[in-house]
Design a protein around this ligand. Structure first.
Ligand code: OXD
Ligand code: MN
Length: 647
């Protein structure tokens, strides 16, 4: 188990070039040898990008990633030798990585969007208010930030050139990227999370464009790396995005959300700006296929803030007889209108990078079943029988095993005061391993979306499910989403935070313009002869007077999805309320639930609560988007307030 240690000069500078891979004299870029792959495999555009990045970062060698299992195994072996990962012997081809404790989550405060003018990237908040909808950086400061960190940052290291595709390689909805990184952990994780390697390079030989991504784990200005097994530079970490040139630059962190550039940086931040330009949607949403007992299949897309049970819903085990749920994606959806105006979605990812704590055979048996092979765990605890452990797995391990926490210290259930696994610890696993992966998950045309769902963790006042009255009302509901905070980012403690569209940390452009873009989708669909899906809001987390959850959740959530799809079919099973449409009394199927549900409480709409909610949303808009709020959204809020006042 890695320990806090002085820099290990044997392991650093990182000489991670497998000896098997050697270059010939002509196989070099800017004088730096290519030790794996061949420079002739790169298009002129890719070569120019690598060359300019090599000049900046000065790696010792270049490795063009081919995407083979053999390559990934060699790199995993290198990582093991270095102490970055260790095998999970109880499982097949699984590994645990332990990060530097200072590098465990996304760092929103150091994540920036670079545009000429600030208001292109983020809304200008009310004077005296701190904006919470992203950070802007000027082009000059962007360049300065790079100059202050990157020159020579890969000395002694290998620069890996990762060609990857977000989405199935042949899908017209997919897009390609090149990530340059000095982290073999990133290469192995990208191998799981994206389609990557030579088949993507072949697609780029026509010199077509790609999203540029430069990543370095960095070296602290002092030159001293605290933990040799996990080099990083937490004090100077920065994650930069430049939508105008489709560029991502990430320095100082090896943690997934900051370093696997295809995910949040490309598929959401840069992706949302491309989507705005091209007239589609890049969203922080799961995609789920639902087949009802009659064999009719529909797909839904759902947005929840980080670590709100999104992966659990994406892999739902339905309790209602005759239902079948299949997963297309658990985190990101790219959604475009087809020629008939039907919204279709692809999952741009190739794997699941799920939050481990809370995942168990009770809450998500489908996830538990797939993490026993080809999985890279990060910051989970380990067990003396060669397995893994995290909070929530108490019933999944044998009681006599000894547990070592994510920091390498002995840990005792019921005794230790700190968590065994880091709250943001992860499993990274290929999606195709899942028994419930949807047969259409790699369809080039994407799957048709019938409903869009927003949700959050709301202990009070917000009913289990309600339906928007219209598209604009639905967009308003997305913009007003709030949720209890999570461990996926650097926030402390529990608070109800605004997280519009579950995109607050992931907007690539001004949130006001983003709402406007969403509003335009209705007309775009209509012009093509279609219509946008119905929008719903769900809340599995409402609590009763004694703090107990009012809804059993997990597999029982299929009952809510059943009602949603009945509404999609136009069934008259709803009751109109001031906030939207809720199931008519008895319309939700409660048959066979283990304990009776207090329907009245679950669906009550307390006037006082909602008056405060409206006030809060109004304040939020006034503080955060005073200049850019679309009038349609302001009107929805006024209308909601009026309806509540009339209750
Ligand atoms: C994630 C997140 O990692 O949303 O998926 O933070
Ligand atoms: Mn996410």
């Amino acid at each position: 188990m890695p320990q806090v240690s002085e820099p290990n000069t044997k392991l650093h500078p990182i000489n991670d070039c497998p000896t098997k891979l050697r270059s010939s004299d002509s196989n070099q870029i800017g004088g730096t040898p290519v030790v794996h792959g061949n420079v002739t495999q790169l298009s002129a555009k890719i070569r120019a990008y690598v060359e300019e990045s090599v000049a900046l970062c000065q790696p010792d060698r270049i490795h063009i990633v081919d995407g083979s299992h053999e390559e990934s195994d060699i790199l995993l072996h290198t990582l093991e030798t270095r102490g970055t990962i260790k095998p999970v012997t109880h499982f097949e081809h699984c590994w645990i990585a332990h990060t530097d404790p200072a590098d465990v989550a996304r760092v929103e405060s150091r994540t920036f969007i670079c545009t000429e003018r600030r208001e292109q990237a983020i809304p200008t908040p009310r004077e005296g208010v701190r904006g919470t909808l992203g950070n802007w950086i000027s082009p000059a400061d962007y360049e300065a930030a790079i100059k202050a960190r990157f020159p020579g940052c890969m000395k002694g290291r290998t620069m890996y050139v990762i060609p990857y595709s977000m989405g199935p390689i042949k899908s017209p909805l997919s897009k390609f990227g090149i990530e340059l990184t000095d982290s073999a952990y990133v290469v192995c994780s990208m191998h799981i999370m994206t389609r990557m390697g030579l088949n993507v390079l072949e697609k780029l030989t026509d010199n077509s464009d790609f999203i540029k991504g430069l990543h370095s784990v960095g070296t602290p200005a002092s030159g001293k790396i605290a933990m040799a097994f996990w080099p990083c530079d937490p004090e100077r970490t920065i994650i930069l995005h430049k939508p105008a040139t489709n560029e991502i630059v990430s320095y100082g962190s090896g943690y997934g959300g900051n370093s696997l550039l295809g995910k949040k940086c490309f598929a959401l931040r840069i992706g949302s700006t491309i989507a705005q330009r091209e007239g589609w949607l890049a969203e922080h949403m799961l995609i789920l296929g639902i087949t009802n007992p009659k064999g009719v299949k529909k797909y839904i897309a759902a947005a929840f803030p980080s670590a709100c049970g999104k992966t659990n819903l994406a892999m739902l085990n339905p309790t209602l007889p005759g239902y079948k749920m299949e997963c297309v994606g658990d985190d990101i959806a790219w959604m475009k209108l087809d020629s008939k105006g039907q919204l279709r979605a692809i999952n741009p990812e190739n794997g699941f990078f799920g939050v481990a704590p809370g995942t168990s055979s009770e809450t998500n048996p489908n996830a538990m079943n797939i993490v026993h092979k080809n999985t890279i765990f990060t910051n989970v605890a380990s067990t003396s029988d060669g397995g893994v452990f995290w909070e929530g797995m108490e019933h999944d391990i044998s009681p006599d095993v000894e547990i070592t926490d994510w920091m390498g210290k002995p840990w005792k259930m019921g005794v230790s005061k700190t968590p065994a696994a880091h709250p943001n610890s992860r499993f990274c696993v290929p999606a195709r391993q899942s028994a419930i992966i949807d047969p259409a998950w790699e369809d080039n045309d994407g799957v048709p979306i019938s409903a869009i769902i927003f949700g959050g963790r709301r202990p009070d006042g917000v009913p289990l499910v309600y339906e928007a009255n219209s598209w604009a009302h639905g967009v308003f509901i997305g913009s007003a989403m709030r949720s209890e905070t999570t461990a996926a980012a650097e926030h402390k403690g529990k608070q109800i935070m605004h997280d519009p569209f579950a995109m607050r940390p992931f907007f690539g452009y001004n949130f006001g313009h983003y709402m406007k873009h969403w509003l335009t989708m209705e007309e775009r669909a209509a012009k093509l002869g279609g219509h946008m899906p119905k929008i719903f809001h769900i809340n599995w987390f409402r609590k009763g007077d004694n703090g107990e959850y009012l809804w059993p959740g997990f597999g029982e959530n299929c009952r809510v999805l059943e009602w949603i799809l009945q509404r999609v079919d136009g069934q008259d099973c709803y009751e109109q309320t001031p906030i939207g449409r809720i199931p008519a009394p008895g319309a939700l199927n409660y048959e066979g639930l283990h304990a009776p549900v207090n329907e009245k409480k679950l669906f009550s709409i307390p006037k006082d609560f909602w008056l405060l909610e409206v006030e809060d949303i109004r304040q939020y808009y006034a503080d955060q988007v005073p200049h850019d709020l679309p009038p349609e959204i302001a009107k929805e809020l006024d209308d909601l307030q009026r309806r509540i006042e009339q209750m």
